[in-house]
Design a protein around this ligand. Structure first.
Ligand code: ADP
Ligand code: MG
Length: 575
């Protein structure tokens, strides 16, 4: 229930819309009930007048019928317009709200969520929330208001009639919804989870299809999808059954109310307490009034699903980002020296620090290489410098200011990165490059690609720079994708360049050519190069040797040559 209150707070800016939608729905309903009641009265009056051979004024009731028919049609139109417009506005603002909370969680906190699951949350879970507004809130308000009006109207004729009508309306509008809510809560909320699981499994299966085929696991995966989809269908089936039963119950209540009313009303007519045409009017009025409660059972049946969807969204929204963003503006240091002091960092759930007691200084314009075995903490260092994570102890300074003082975007504006796992978007090569610098000219793109040793390859493709790279760049080899990522980083033209194993996956001649080209580019920039390859290390100002999160050795290429670990690590021993 706490979720409902939080949702309501999100809906608050749309109060006017809700009120407007409520009024339009109420007018439509009242017009419809009036139409039925007046028609009943009119037909009965005409019959009575005809039988008695009298004439009557039929202009007023005919005009009322016409007016309420028009009000009903117009009201329905306005109601649909208003509630849909409000829902669309609400949904789009909810998506922006959700995305606003999602973004600061990337990449550190999002690693615990499956991308298919996130897709479900941002799409169907948010969609499920409109249920609260369009199917619950507005109909509930309409039902409360109209039930009071109906009861008051019946009271004008007879108390027993009014009480009987109200009892049946309450049975259909309260008991039946309570039953559907009770029955629908579990399958409804399970459907939200199963649907998300199914989506995640389908995404996984498609992305990993080659692996599934290689390991003959495709059948098992298909089996899993089949099972999930059967679970989903079984719950859908259950829900449909409840819908059917509840609709039947509302219809039954309406008809029982009609008969009860006639049963109670006929003696009243006989005793002259009410006129015969009024009985026909009251009977049709009662029947029509059930339209006020008809949407409620279905709405409450979906309540469990809505609450589950809300809970899933709030789980993301309430996740604290791994790094705090400052409230003030970022500092504007004149120099961009990087410094780490006694930095320690452990990943959540990690048994030992990924980095420990790291001291290093990288003055502006200098080049630092970090070498180390796999898992020694090299990429972690990069994650800390990019403020994707923050250290548990010690501090990182940029131009004398703690990294915490910079907003993530201001910090990253100064840094270009080629990370170890680059992502290419399912778009043309050109668009992937322009991501770094949307204004870059075709000449600038080509120049960056030349440095990255990929221009010749790209221009030889039939579509050149307009070649589509496929999902996550699958239509390129690892080495080609990497070089495109390097060109992209170069296009960003920033004072600081971070390269995480840029030559991985390249053959020796390409690696040498790339490092030579990068050398020109590093001119005047602050560079942090992570590598486990010996190429180009002689051009670095300083080299740090990392081992299991600690700095093991430190110096330049020549001084380290005589050390214990460095030559062995790079396979240079004995040369
Ligand atoms: P390197 O880049 O030197 O190969 P990493 O910095 O990637 O090493 O990893 C250092 C250690 O931290 C490894 O033990 C690795 O398992 C762990 N690690 C890396 N990334 C994560 C992560 N996102 N969550 C938890 N542990 C991680
Ligand atoms: Mg790494």
């Amino acid at each position: 229930m706490r979720e409902l209150w939080r949702l309501w707070r999100l809906f608050r800016p749309y109060r006017e819309w809700i009120l407007f939608g409520f009024l339009a729905a109420l007018i439509t309903l009242l017009a419809n009930v009036t139409l039925m009641a007046v028609s009943g009265w009119f037909i009965a009056s005409m019959a009575v007048a005809g039988a008695a051979g009298m004439s009557m004024n039929y202009f007023t009731p005919a005009a009322m019928i016409r007016a309420s028919a028009m009000a009903r049609t117009g009201g329905r139109y306005v109601e649909r317009l208003v509630t849909h417009e409000a829902t669309f506005r609400l949904l789009s603002s909810l998506r922006v709200w959700f995305y606003g909370h999602l973004e600061p969680l990337a990449p550190a906190r999002l690693q615990q969520f499956h991308s298919g699951d996130l897709l479900s949350r941002i799409r169907s879970d948010i969609d499920a929330l409109d249920n609260l507004y369009i199917r619950i809130l507005v109909p509930l308000l309409v039902a409360c208001a109209s039930l009071a009006l109906f009861f008051g109207f019946l009271l004008l004729y007879d108390t027993a009639l009014a009480l009987a009508g109200l009892s049946f309306l309450l049975a259909a509008g309260v008991l039946v919804p309570l039953w559907t809510q009770h029955r629908g809560a579990e399958p409804g909320s399970r459907m939200v989870e199963t649907d998300s699981e199914l989506r995640a499994a389908a995404v996984d299966g498609i992305q990993g299809l080659p692996e599934l085929l290689v390991y003959n696991a495709a059948d098992a995966h298909a089996e899993r999808l089949h099972r999930l989809s059967q679970e989903l269908t079984a719950d859908q089936d259950r829900m449909s059954r409840y819908t059917g039963i509840s609709q039947g119950a509302v219809g039954l209540s309406a008809n029982l109310a009609l008969w009860t009313l006639l049963w109670l009303g006929i003696p009243l007519v006989q005793s002259g307490r009410i006129l015969p045409p009024d009985l026909a009017m009251l009977a049709l009025f009662t029947l029509a009034s059930f339209e006020a409660v008809a949407p409620l059972p279905r709405a409450f049946q979906q309540l469990g699903a809505t609450i589950t969807a809300a809970r899933r969204l709030f789980a993301i929204v309430d996740t604290r980002p791994a790094v705090d963003e400052p409230r003030e503006l970022s500092p504007q240091p004149s120099r961009l020296d990087l410094e780490l002091r006694a930095v320690r960092f452990t990943y959540p759930g990690g048994t030992r620090p990924a980095l420990d007691r790291i001291d290093l200084s990288l003055p502006q314009g200098k080049r630092l290489a970090v070498v180390g075995a796999t898992g020694s903490g090299k990429s972690t260092l990069l994650n800390l410098l990019l403020k994707f994570w923050q250290p548990d102890a010690g501090e990182i300074l940029l131009g004398g200011y703690g990294l915490g003082a910079f907003r993530g975007e201001d910090l990253r504006r100064r840094i270009a990165v080629v990370s170890q796992h680059t992502h290419l978007f399912n778009a043309a090569i050109r668009e992937n490059l322009l991501l770094a610098s949307p204004e870059a000219s075709a000449g600038a793109l080509e120049q960056a690609c030349e440095i990255a040793q990929i221009h010749d390859f790209v221009s030889a493709l039939p579509d050149g720079y307009d070649t589509w790279v496929g999902e996550t760049g699958v239509r390129l080899s690892g080495g080609q994708a990497r070089r495109i990522a390097i060109a992209r980083a170069l296009l960003k033209d920033t004072p600081i360049l971070l390269l995480d194993e840029p030559t991985e996956g390249l053959d020796a001649p390409t690696e040498r050519a790339l490092m030579a080209a990068l050398d020109r580019l590093m001119e005047g920039r602050t560079v942090l190069l992570i590598t486990h390859r010996p190429v180009g290390l002689e051009r670095m100002d300083e080299i740090l040797v990392l081992d299991r999160g600690r700095i093991l050795e430190q110096g330049d290429h020549h001084s380290l040559f005589g050390s214990e670990y460095y030559p062995r690590l790079l396979g240079l021993a004995g040369q």
